[in-house]
Design a protein around this ligand. Sequence first.
Ligand code: UN1
Length: 514
Amino acid sequence: QYQPLIDAMAQFMDKEHHVGPLLAFEVSDEPANRHEVRNPYDTRQLVGSVQWTTREQAEKAVDAAWAAFPRWEATPVEERALILERFAELMESHMAELMTLCSREGGKLLTDGVDEIREAVDFCRYYANRARELFGEATTLPGPTGESNQLMMGGKGVFATISPWNFPVAIFCGQMVAAAVSGNSVLAKPAEQTSLVAHRVVELLYEAGMPRDVVQLLPGDGPTVGSVLSSDPRITGVAFTGSTDTAQVINRALAAREGAALPALIAETGGLNAMIVDSTALPEQVVADVISSSFQSAGQRCSALRVLFLQDDVADRVIEILKGAMAELSVGDPRDLGTDVGPVIDDEARQNLQAHIDKLKGEGRLIGETVLDPAQTAHGTFIAPTAFEIDGIDALQSEQFGPILHIVRFKAAEIDRIIDTINAKQYGLTFGVHSRNESFADAIARKIRMGNVYVNRNIIGAVVGVQPFGGQGLSGTGPKAGGPHYLLRFATEKTLTINTAALGGNASLLALGD
Ligand code: UN1
């Protein structure tokens, strides 16, 4: 079913894109401030360039966002929601173009590209409907006679959304539209690596009717754009998805602001995601789920599996099948439907992952590795899917954001200690159990402190509205993206209490919204 999309992608394949910020005011072309974008599959290919936002432009964008806020907040929620729905339709009808950008700029496989854009579309529709429920009519609350009580929902002000390169459409859109549909104006900072697709997406958002001062796009780096967005006292809230370390930096910057609203950081960060497999599990199914959890999207999902705990009596069997499956993985061109694993995002990522691999190889820990075909991978930033056996997770401090799996063997009697060790790491994102012993799986699922727990399946691919996604502890603040409470963190609540007796019982005179 991909063939029509592949055909449609052809027309976008060789185009170069030269873009810049999308702000409420004109920005002149500054060649000196342009950054090249290269294809991770073949870094000899120039995909385009991005002009980064300057500090002065970012500050001016905050002015414009504040000026837009009261008008936008007063816009009926139905109108705001309809813009999201039109935007979702436009993304669907531009699927091939957006997928091409995801592939050429972000190294995404076609299948991942389709999932990515569908997820963005789902976010728009889900948040549009949730916004109608939350921001429509005020809720009338019961109270004593002679008094009326109403709870009204509004926006907070100006939100900065700072998003990652691994879901350059889905997460980028999810944060941006959640903030906007809740009545806030938005300054969206895409990841440096994936600004081209973000630019096209925001153009479509404008086409859908979003006013240009309500959502502005500020491509650029952390030290310039990121620092304005986390240190300007006029920023009411920040929605951030990315590394735990960066979230801590943003959190400190927000907290240090004088005279600013108390910070509202919504962070969705990293994990040290584990899966526990006991001796009753089905090895073939375990391996299929481990392969997708660890190596799909080249392991570049915050939900991806990093540590596999195997009960000793099934460990050899699972490892043997896993090695066979890893040998079969085809690593290479993301545009080829036969490819299982594409490149990692850039050379910096490749070097960091390779250093981790070299270290563990040096310790004699390697148990399986996919062999790369130089004809496919020589010009790109590739990392071979690799599995190591380690003694425990003490030495694993933070996640390796790539196709690297660590395996730990355990004995049945050690299970409680293992759960405690995993919980003590304080990363709390995704987690899996494979077991046909229901009470075992259930007990572990209850004890583990994780945001998303999966039993007898893979641990990636949370579906919007069905499996709300997000972690706890070092993995994030909540509320969960794609869940019923997400928009609440972008909103204010106002309780309006009226002494109706004073108005001769006619409270409607004062009811807000009239
Ligand atoms: C992320 O990698 O930042 O469950 C989030 C999943 C996706 C979300 C991943 N829906 O894999």
